[in-house]
Ligand binder design. Structure first.
Ligand SMILES: C[S@@+](CC[C@H](N)C(=O)[O-])C[C@H]1O[C@@H](n2cnc3c(N)ncnc32)[C@H](O)[C@@H]1O
Length: 337
């Protein structure tokens, strides 16, 4: 009798243990079923390789004429060799000027200077092409790479409407701005930072890029190859670059020094201090990489020797213009015939 009672107790215990185990297995099964029903997160290439600001465009702030009426400081006009024509340049430009947030925050509180900076670059491009014996003519085609909201392109649209314009930018808002406000049927499209433009080989007489190669690292040479591809043989490339000339200009009063210092927390590899720029560039290519972004996330310096050596593999280098674009040099290059 005693033996039967003992084995019945054991069976009850075993049953309880198995019930526990079954409960645990059921809970585990349920959680695995839930996990299996979840879809893996979709990777959207446009989010990784381009910029889609989560805001609509701001209202543009008026035409250059309207802005000029508000600003009377004639120092604005220094550095323009074409003072006599300035009135005519303004009269021909009836396009709106973008608000600060739609123009890369260029020239805060100095709207007219923003417009003039684009005019200066426009005039200099034409001057350099004329010096090279290949001025732009009606029907020529140009491509503004990293155009933002058309700081330079707007002047081609206003002053030389018989030139065929195209531009691209990784920032969706910029492309929308150009499409909406430029007085031209410029072909504007959003690209990614992967060098692959939807443009046929040998399409353009001129490709220019202001402050774009100054934000590139690994993809720099691939972009050079891609931009060379879309240039016609004999066509010109006009790219701004930060060389040792820019490096020497950086002191605590300089805008770019302030920008790097402001972002110090996102630059773990660097300590931004005056001594850094009092010494020569520590290498032929110097990259300040901002950790808080995946696209358009470096401030890059390339020495003139580096440009001649590396960029010279893609183009014939005609000139490096000292401070050809504000505190940046400009490399004027030609695709061989
Ligand atoms: C400093 S802003 C200069 C804008 C304009 N070129 C100017 O001079 O006013 C750099 C521009 O290049 C764009 N950009 C950066 N990396 C790019 C890339 N890989 N392809 C196309 N655009 C790029 C940015 O979105 C931005 O509009």
């Amino acid at each position: 009798m005693l033996g039967t009672k003992k084995s019945s107790n054991l069976a009850t215990e075993e049953l309880a243990r198995l019930r526990d185990e079954l409960g645990t297995l059921k809970a585990r099964l349920e959680s695995l079923e839930v996990a299996a029903s979840r879809k893996p997160p979709a990777i959207n290439i446009a989010d990784v390789c381009s910029i889609r600001p989560p805001r609509p465009l701001a209202e543009p702030i008026g035409t250059v004429r309207e802005l000029a009426q508000k600003e009377t400081d004639i120092d604005h006009f220094s550095g323009i060799d074409h003072e006599v024509h300035l009135e005519a340049f303004m009269d021909r430009d009836l396009q709106q000027v973008p608000a600060l947030e739609d123009r890369e925050h260029y020239f805060p509180g100095q709207d007219l200077d923003y417009w003039l900076s684009g005019l200066r670059d426009y005039l200099r491009i034409n001057q350099e092409l004329e010096n090279a014996g290949r001025p732009l003519n009606a029907g020529d085609r140009l491509f503004d790479f990293g155009a933002a909201s058309g700081r330079v392109l707007r002047h081609f649209a206003a002053q030389q409407p018989d030139i065929d314009l195209a531009c691209a930018d990784v920032n969706e808002n910029h492309v929308e701005w150009v499409s909406k406000h430029l007085a031209s049927d410029a072909y504007a499209f959003q690209c990614t930072n992967i060098p692959s433009l939807p443009i046929e080989d040998n399409s353009f007489d001129l490709v220019y890029a202001f402050s774009v190669f100054t934000h590139m690292d690994e993809l720099e040479t691939t972009w050079l190859a891609e931009l060379r591809r879309i240039l016609r043989p004999g066509g010109y490339a006009y790219f701004s670059v930060q060389t040792e000339d820019t490096w020497k200009l950086l002191n605590p009063d300089h805008f770019l020094y302030g920008h790097l210092l402001y972002n110090q927390a996102n630059l773990p590899d660097w300590e931004i201090k005056p001594e850094l720029f009092e010494n020569p560039m520590p290498s032929e290519k110097v990259v300040f990489r901002f950790e808080n972004s995946s696209v358009y996330n470096t401030c890059t310096f390339q020495s003139k020797a580096y440009v001649k050596e590396v960029w010279g593999r893609f183009f014939d280098i005609e000139k490096i213009l000292y401070c050809g674009h504000d505190f940046q040099d400009v490399v004027l290059m030609r695709k061989p015939n």
